[in-house]
Write a protein that binds this ligand. Structure first.
Ligand code: ADP
Ligand code: ZN
Length: 212
């Protein structure tokens, strides 16, 4: 099962991708996570990527493709995977089509007004990667992960300035993928206007219908 989760920054695509990994025992492959990991390790690739990420621009296609290829070759991807954050433009989608065949694209659609609020309130666990929101899904103790007691932090690119540019980038470059995949009959859109749990149910239903 090879899936893509499409959606604007803050649409909750990462949260839903994590949920799908539990449902179907296939890994979540997040290019954002792969890039943040490279940035943390401060290798040449990471240093280059960092300037793009912190201004809300896309990292050059060649860099991301390189990381993606290495990741998809690992054993755990042999039964499938969920791509989260890739592709982000038509060129990347064309490159992906050369490597592998995608079964289904889930497009998570969210009202733009909600997105800035969602992203700037987002907090992530340093240890296990769990995602919280200071208003909509606060941890029981401020700044501390419920699951592993790890410290919560705000991503460097989750500030209001950068978020606006990320949303712009999404509109200009990533949104055209909706048409791209729907013309290939691969796309289904889910509207996210409720809770995370409601969204999970929609995702689960979609996948059950598609893959029984
Ligand atoms: P979000 O979808 O919330 O913006 P991500 O973690 O997916 O968060 O991405 C964070 C940043 O990493 C992006 O703003 C971009 O700079 C970079 N990035 C992630 N995936 C890609 C990609 N496929 N191509 C280019 N840049 C990417
Ligand atoms: Zn944690």
């Amino acid at each position: 099962m090879k899936l893509i989760v499409l959606g604007a920054p803050g649409s909750g695509k990462g949260t839903q991708a994590k949920f799908i990994t539990q449902l179907y025992q296939i890994p979540q492959v997040s290019t954002g996570d792969l890039l943040r990991d490279a940035v943390k390790r401060e290798n040449a690739l990471g240093v280059k990527a960092k300037e793009y990420m912190n201004t809300g621009n896309l990292v050059p296609d060649a860099i991301v493709l390189e990381l993606l290829k290495i990741r998809l070759m690992k054993d755990d991807c042999s039964k499938g995977f969920i791509l989260d954050g890739y592709p982000r433009n038509i060129t990347q989608a064309d490159e992906l089509a050369k490597i592998t065949e995608i079964d289904q694209v889930i497009n998570i659609s969210v009202d733009h007004g909600l997105l800035v609020k969602r992203i700037t309130g987002r907090r992530t666990c340093k240890e296990c990667g769990a995602i919280y929101h200071i208003e909509y899904q606060p941890p029981s103790q401020e700044g501390i992960c419920d699951k592993c007691s790890g410290e919560l932090f705000q991503r460097e690119d989750d500030t209001e300035e950068t978020v606006k540019n990320r949303l712009n980038t999404y509109d200009k470059q990533t949104k055209p993928l909706i048409e791209y995949y729907s013309s290939q009959n691969l796309l289904q859109t889910l509207i996210s206007d409720g809770t995370i749990e409601e969204m999970r149910q929609k995702v689960k239903l979609l996948l059950e219908n598609r893959f029984h």
